[in-house]
Design a protein. Sequence first.
Length: 182
Amino acid sequence: MSEPQDRVGDLTGAGPAGEPRWLTPSERGAWLALTAMTITLPGALDAQLQRDAGLSFYEYMVLAMLSEQPDRTLRMSQLAQLTNGSLSRLSHVATRLERAGFIRRERSTVDARATNAILTDEGVAKIVGSAPGHVEEARRLVIDALTPDQLEQLRAIGAAVMSRVDPGSTFPSEPAPGTSPA
């Protein structure tokens, strides 16, 4: 077996049995593009929302997910899953959003052990006021940079990767009927 430093110049293709399947140049390029995008895009979206709406990207997603529910209500555990956050993180954010008057929390009438987050009228106004700038930034950074075929490929790629990352994922790929997609 060769030493790792002996292989530094050739970390592509499949190695001998038991060695890692290194990325090919094409795979490496795709991987690096994906990692660059997943590292920098959330920060760019967060900066726009902080500047224009006084919300973090995560706070925006919490409000957006609640706004897409017919009764503007979700269990905290469901909301954490939809926003890809832990219950602890969501609890801290919910406290800030509650203080701002954008949400309220109540015991579930169905299961007294559960807590629901409910989007208030002030929260609706906040998401309605914040959405145009966020959508414009998403369009500027992603949507307008791609052709319709590339957008469909991006959707399919996202679904394929998410099926591996989180096989039980419930993150919506389509907005709820009658709601804004952002």
